[in-house]
Design a protein around this ligand. Structure first.
Ligand SMILES: NC(=O)c1ccc[n+]([C@@H]2O[C@H](COP(=O)([O-])OP(=O)(O)OC[C@H]3O[C@@H](n4cnc5c(N)ncnc54)[C@H](OP(=O)(O)O)[C@@H]3O)[C@@H](O)[C@H]2O)c1
Length: 332
């Protein structure tokens, strides 16, 4: 451990690869305010030498040497690039490789590369984190889908014989900062469209790995807003399951003092309840006139908050044995 001593307390030394991307900037912003962390480096090739979101810290080009000086590295990189960094770090530092939190899909369930990582769905896997060397941070869409459905499936409330439809919408930052013609303002503004149809979106592997046996139909849409995800699930439930029972199931699984999940007493969540926070807000409502029964479940989260950086910070907290919610945002 290379933890540093500041004013009598020991700070965790952290670095961020891909620090100029959307998730990287968000991680840096949260770490800059975290009371137990010192940000040692913020890496970017394109912005090297310019100020980072951490006061007094400029971006520097990514380097193995800088990673070797810290306790923990956040990998906020394109898919595929993280795998190469993990390999290079292990080759360079062996057992002294810093602990890693990978925000890409490279080490998530269904990637084929998940053997040596812990899947960092914070509220579910926190107990496994203290020993983890590599945490695979979940995808933004799967976070809402899995955290809402897993407790219900485990409680036997979901009927696995019928399809379960997920209508999901994400703001444009979900696609990253690399310029693309289909994400130009003129293409996105005053528009709303589906994409990734055919039940083949790459996040399905992750959801299916955690929710085996549930016939998921996942249809994403592009929302003309910068950030936020709203997911509306039509959940086939076993007869007699009430919305009240579903809310109670979530509440017992996600205590407010040790999770970033909030359960609405009635109604379905809205983006404005979560944007620029690290919360996941869940709601459930019964559906009239359908037999066998279904329940509408709503999940709202900020793709860059609970869907990425907020959850990564929760995972860091769990790895270090700190309170799970230290340094995350409840209010915009
Ligand atoms: N955006 C979201 O809502 C979200 C949510 C959850 C998970 N994720 C995942 O998190 C990862 C990062 O997403 P993002 O949206 O932050 O992407 P992004 O905005 O495109 O940023 C990625 C950054 O990585 C850097 N980079 C690219 N190639 C590199 C290389 N070979 N070596 C070192 N640095 C390199 C780039 O910065 P420089 O060119 O300046 O070096 C770039 O800014 C992705 O895998 C994404 O799928 C994203």
């Amino acid at each position: 451990m290379n933890t540093s001593e500041t004013a009598g307390s020991t700070l965790l030394r952290a670095g961020v690869l891909g620090g100029a991307g959307y998730t990287g900037m968000e991680v840096l912003g949260l770490l800059a305010r975290h009371p137990r962390v010192e940000v040692s480096f913020a890496a970017s090739r394109s912005l090297a030498g310019t100020p980072s979101p951490v006061p007094g810290l400029s971006y520097e080009p990514p380097s193995l040497e800088a990673c070797g000086e810290v306790d923990l590295v956040f990998l906020c990189l394109p898919h595929g690039v993280a795998t190469r960094w993990v390999q290079d770090l292990r080759d360079a530092f062996g057992d002294a490789t810093p602990r890693l939190i990978d925000l890409t899909a490279d080490h998530r369930p269904g990637s084929g590369n998940e053997q040596d990582s812990v899947y960092g769905l914070a509220e579910v896997a926190a107990a496994r984190m203290p020993d983890a060397r590599l945490v695979a941070n979940p995808g933004c869409y799967p976070t809402g889908v899995i955290l809402s459905l897993l407790p219900l499936a485990e409680a036997g409330l979901v009927d696995p014989a019928r399809p379960l439809s997920v209508h999901a919408s994400s703001g444009v930052t979900g696609a990253g900062r690399t310029p693309r013609q289909d994400l130009l303002f003129a293409e996105v503004a005053e528009n709303y469209r589906a994409y990734g149809w055919g039940n083949r979106h790459r996040h399905l592997k992750e959801m299916r790995a955690l929710l085996p046996g549930l016939p998921l139909i996942f249809q994403p849409h592009l929302l003309p807003v910068a950030r936020g995800i709203l997911e509306t699930l039509t959940v086939p439930v076993v007869p007699g399951t009430s919305a009240q029972e579903i809310r109670a199931c979530w509440r017992s699984r996600y205590p407010e003092d040790s999770s970033a999940v909030r359960v609405l007493p009635e109604g379905l969540p809205e983006l404005r309840q979560v944007v620029r926070t690290d919360l996941l807000v869940l709601g459930a409502e019964e559906v009239a006139g359908i037999d066998p029964p279904v329940v509408t479940v709503g999940a709202a989260l900020d793709n860059l908050g609970k869907g990425a950086a907020g959850q990564a910070v929760q995972n860091m907290n769990a790895m270090m044995g700190w309170p799970l919610n230290e340094g995350i945002r409840w209010q915009p």
